[in-house]
Design a protein around this ligand. Sequence first.
Ligand SMILES: O=P(O)(O)OC[C@H]1O[C@H](OP(=O)(O)OP(=O)(O)O)[C@H](O)[C@@H]1O
Ligand SMILES: O=c1cc[nH]c(=O)[nH]1
Ligand SMILES: [Mg+2]
Length: 211
Amino acid sequence: MRLHIADHPLVAHKLSVLRDESTPSPIFRLLVDELVTLLAYEATRHVRTEPKEITTPVTTTTGVRMSHPSPIVIPILRAGLGMLDGLTRLLPTAEVGFLGLQRDESTFEAVTYANRLPDDLTDRQVFLLDPMLATGGTLVAAIDYALERGARDVTAVCLLAAPEGLQVVREAIGERADVQVVVAAVDERLNEHKFIVPGLGDAGDRLYGVV
Ligand SMILES: O=P(O)(O)OC[C@H]1O[C@H](OP(=O)(O)OP(=O)(O)O)[C@H](O)[C@@H]1O
Ligand SMILES: O=c1cc[nH]c(=O)[nH]1
Ligand SMILES: [Mg+2]
């Protein structure tokens, strides 16, 4: 597993506002969207392209276009949905799959309640979106769904990660695939409720309200 931590003053600034408990939902959603756009620059660094001949007003030259099969972007519901527009704005030809995973707050196990993915992800570049990587259980489950379907090139885009969860993901993937995790920050630790500290609280609730 390769970890990339965004090191940029705009990321740090926007993340600080996101962490602030007084930031209301509409601003929170806007900032998540903006942060994904900044992280996407790094997350898509290895997106596959192929040469394409183009004619400029002056001459012909060789440019690039996105390769086929197109990448697939998979937001992990609910909170990952807040990151979808930010990434597809930059990858408009990507397909979108959906995974609904909810962490059981007593066992901390990820439970799948929705799965709408193509059966075959062979040769597809997969982008998983989830703002929070806490124990890592949710992301490991999502990566497993992608690997079971043949994907070998997986990038997870998260806003915050806990060191404990990153270690769980690293060990679970082993040598099975090339997985990149792009984060805005790695926080200190998990608390007794397995929440990220200092974190930003429950990302899903802050985006969409308490259900
Ligand atoms: O690393 P983990 O310990 O598995 O926890 C992280 C998961 O918890 C949150 O989702 P939650 O279960 O709260 O669902 P929600 O997005 O619907 O709020 C978060 O969005 C991650 O998906
Ligand atoms: O800190 C955390 C941990 C899990 N899920 C969240 O939304 N926040
Ligand atoms: Mg939640």
